[in-house]
Write a protein that binds this ligand. Structure first.
Ligand code: ZN
Length: 271
């Protein structure tokens, strides 16, 4: 018998995250649009390319991406499957070290340069402490991945408006009780190249500052789902215990009530 449904922080069932690669100078404009609309995301950076034409300087990184997540995209933007084991380890760990010195926190996420990966790459990334990696394979869905190291996004930003209305309308489908995640990726240099800054402005305007969406970085989503999966229930389903270090939100099926189960808390509700 189903006793509860999982919710995102704040009791929402929808979450939005953006993911942008390469650390290019156009990220300044993108971040300012995102910040204005309360939208958050992750920036996958190549520390070996800072200061090269079109790229940000390392000194820009900490302040520009404050409130968002800094994540690895390997040092020199290689094709990961063409590297030796040693090169994969070096490209990943050296990028982590450089980015962590700027970010001030452990860098735990990644996006595959050129979307290039295979089983061998995944295994080595795990050994490097990488906990999720985004591909470039759009699903058109709002699902969460089975393996975080193969996190397929909903879409590239050129299709973001196509999916935006469907995402907003999912609130009209109460029979769908899953957790929805709208994941958009791209490169910010594509906006001036295609003369369509208005695309992301319109998208952020439509989806930003809403009270039914949780705005998160990629890593926050992974951490939250991990906490959700740790929730334990008693055999009769009347007790729920959250052993994790963060709050978990859920809806009690019987009462329809949304509740926050705090870190370390146990709650009881009628069978
Ligand atoms: Zn890239």
């Amino acid at each position: 018998m189903k006793t509860m449904f999982n919710r995102w922080p704040g009791g929402h069932f929808k979450c939005l995250t953006l993911s942008y690669d390469d650390g290019v100078v156009e990220d300044r404009e993108l971040v300012s649009i995102m910040n204005r609309h309360g939208i958050r995301g992750t920036f996958h950076l190549n520390s070996g390319l800072f200061g090269t034409p079109g790229r940000l300087n390392s000194s820009d990184v900490a302040s520009l991406y404050a409130g968002h997540e800094i994540s690895t995209h390997m040092v020199m933007h290689p094709f990961p499957t063409r590297l030796t084991r040693e090169e994969i380890l070096a490209e990943t760990l050296e990028d982590r070290r450089s980015l962590e010195a700027l970010a001030g926190y452990p860098v735990r996420g990644m996006s595959y340069p050129y979307g290039d990966y295979d089983a061998r790459v995944i295994e080595l990334l795990r050994a490097c402490g990488i906990e999720y990696a985004r591909t470039v394979r759009s699903t058109g869905q709002f699902d969460l991945p089975t393996d975080w190291l193969e996190w397929h996004p909903t879409c590239h930003h050129h299709e973001c408006l196509t999916h935006a209305d469907r995402f907003l309308e999912t609130s009209k489908e109460p029979w769908r009780q899953g957790l929805f995640c709208f994941y958009v990726w791209g490169h910010s240099y594509e906006f001036p190249n295609n003369k369509n800054w208005n695309l992301i402005e319109t998208f952020c305007d439509k989806l930003g500052h809403r009270d039914d969406i949780w705005y998160a970085t990629n890593m926050e989503i992974v951490d939250y789902i991990r906490a959700v999966r740790e929730v334990r229930s008693s055999a009769d389903g009347t007790l729920l215990y959250n052993p994790s270090a963060q709050s978990v939100w859920l809806t009690i099926v019987k009462t329809g009530e949304n509740c926050e189960l705090k870190a370390g808390q146990t709650i009881r509700f009628p069978a």
